[in-house]
Design a protein around this ligand. Structure first.
Ligand code: NAD
Length: 468
């Protein structure tokens, strides 16, 4: 669905929502087999359209290797759908709950039912994964969906709309294309749940708009995700992993390593290893229709201005691209002042500041004094230091001795904490987030419950028992 003019924008969106609600009221909650069939249809359509998706993303980014799109963007959705289909039956089953003795022999259970219509707002950086995985999750939970992809990846948005139009009736899944204006109108709709992935700044606005209708939200936001390197870390592996994190999708990944914390004496040697690893990763990407481009000139300009400001404030910038020191991207930045924009804002691009510490306590304090990040990476040979960092820091998720892999574990909740997000999805966590857990208590025909009510024959006894 393409919204052409501002006039009647809200009315048009409301009409789509009303049609979905009407269809929901008529059809009721879909059963397990219907949900599994929807997921299968979605998976088959994604597989059938995969070449279109690869081309659309390459057009939006200027360049993006096909395997980056398939392994990092589209593949996780197919894997996620397989996981949802495999476990759906068990998650949907009513769950028995324990009952206090005063209510015996009553029976309690939880029934998980669809919320209704879920609104999904997606960013541009992984245009397929971050729209289709929330969609699959919402369908698994039996909901209908209005999906708004990002206007900054227009070819990908069109490809998503075409794919979904082919398999779903708009009364079940509708795609709404459009920019900020459309996004603002979309966020103001009285959905049963609003699932937003994007920046913390826009997330705040979306939550405010949702609050007017008391719409519950899941906010998958961003932040500065640190990498802490212990002195006994495997530096070679860490350098390779971090280079991958900054080159894949040109570092435009919500859980990309934002900056590195490393011991003062290890920093110079590590920066050299990292520069070499980045050059190698760039060269490999260049052989595969890459490297991935920065999404727009405005975003490139922003990244350059972050580096320029840091340089003006005394930082050293090391180009780590094919032309060596004179390369613009990727770049490693040493001694960036804490008050530079580079160290305050989420970078979201192929620039890596290296920050030094003398004691691991300083590294931990650096993380805990900043807003809670979406991801944290710990490279440590010793379990004791790793466990201490895990215990003393908070972040949405953690991968140890590796890079971004927690995202691919469908059985782990994926989400942020504090400023990096509210709520989580993937697997069971997503199913629960998009279902209503309805508690049902079946009072038996014969029981002591009425006698224990205020004024009842056993009221005093009940009161004494309850207050023990
Ligand atoms: P964004 O917040 O600019 O846009 C996200 C969506 O919101 C888009 O669909 C956009 O059209 C819409 N939008 C923009 N302005 C709006 C407004 N004023 N009102 C209503 N809707 C509006 O984010 P982005 O630039 O597309 O993505 C980058 C950000 O997303 C980064 O901060 C990144 O960390 C974060 N992100 C988080 C995750 C995660 O899973 N936690 C994943 C990817 C990206």
């Amino acid at each position: 669905m393409q919204i052409g003019s501002e006039v009647g924008l809200r009315a048009e969106l409301e009409a789509v929502l009303a049609a979905q609600r009407l269809a929901q009221a008529g059809a009721g909650a879909p059963g397990r087999e219907a949900r599994r069939a929807d997921l299968l249809k979605l998976k088959q359509a994604i597989r059938a359209h995969r070449h279109n998706l690869v081309h659309a993303a390459a057009a939006d980014f200027g360049a993006r290797p096909a395997d980056e799109t398939l392994i990092l963007d589209v593949g996780p959705v197919v894997q996620g759908i397989n996981h949802l289909r495999r476990h759906l039956g068990r998650w949907m089953r009513p769950e028995r709950r324990s009952v206090p003795i005063t209510l015996w022999p009553g029976r309690a259970r939880i029934i998980r039912e669809p919320l209704g219509v879920v609104g999904i707002m997606a960013p541009w950086n992984y245009p397929f994964g971050l729209s289709l995985m929330p969609l699959a999750t919402a369908l698994a939970a039996g909901n209908r969906v209005m999906l708004k992809p990002s206007e900054l990846a227009p070819e990908s948005s069109r490809a998503i709309a075409a794919l979904l139009r082919e398999v779903f009736d708009p009364a079940q899944v509708a795609v709404v294309e459009g920019g900020v204006e459309t996004g603002a109108a979309f966020a103001g709709l009285p959905f049963d749940h609003l699932f937003f992935t994007g920046s913390t700044e826009v997330g705040r606005k979306v939550m405010r708009a949702a609050a007017d209708n008391l719409v519950p939200v899941t906010l998958e936001l961003g932040g500065k995700s640190p990498v802490i390197l212990s002195r006994d870390a495997d530096f070679e592996k860490a350098a390779r992993d971090i280079a991958f994190g900054k080159i894949a999708n040109a570092g435009q990944t919500c859980i990309a390593p934002d900056y590195v914390l490393i011991h003062d004496e290890d920093a110079a040697g590590f920066a050299e290893r990292l520069a070499a690893a980045m050059k190698r990763a760039r060269a490999v990407a260049a052989r595969r229709e890459g490297p991935c481009g920065i999404i727009s000139d405005r975003h490139s300009q922003r990244l350059l201005s972050l580096m320029d400001e840091a340089r003006d404030l005394g930082a050293t910038v090391i180009g780590a691209g094919p032309e060596g020191a004179s390369s613009t991207f990727p770049a490693i930045v040493l001694d960036a002042p804490p008050d530079s924009r580079l160290m305050r804002e989420e970078i979201f691009g192929p620039i890596l500041p290296v920050v030094t510490y003398n004691l691991i306590d300083e590294a931990i304090a650096h993380v805990t004094s900043a807003p809670k990040p979406l991801a944290l990476y710990i490279y440590s040979g010793s379990g004791a230091e790793r466990d201490r960092i895990l215990r003393e820091t908070q972040s949405g998720n953690v991968t140890t001795n590796g890079m971004m892999t927690h995202y691919a574990v469908d059985d782990l909740p994926f989400g942020g904490v504090g400023h990096s997000g509210i709520g989580a999805y993937h697997g069971r966590a997503g199913f629960d987030a998009m279902s209503h857990a309805k508690g049902v208590f079946e009072e038996p025909r014969r029981s002591l419950i009425p006698l224990g009510r205020p004024g009842g024959r056993f009221a005093k006894l009940f009161a004494r028992y309850m207050m023990r």
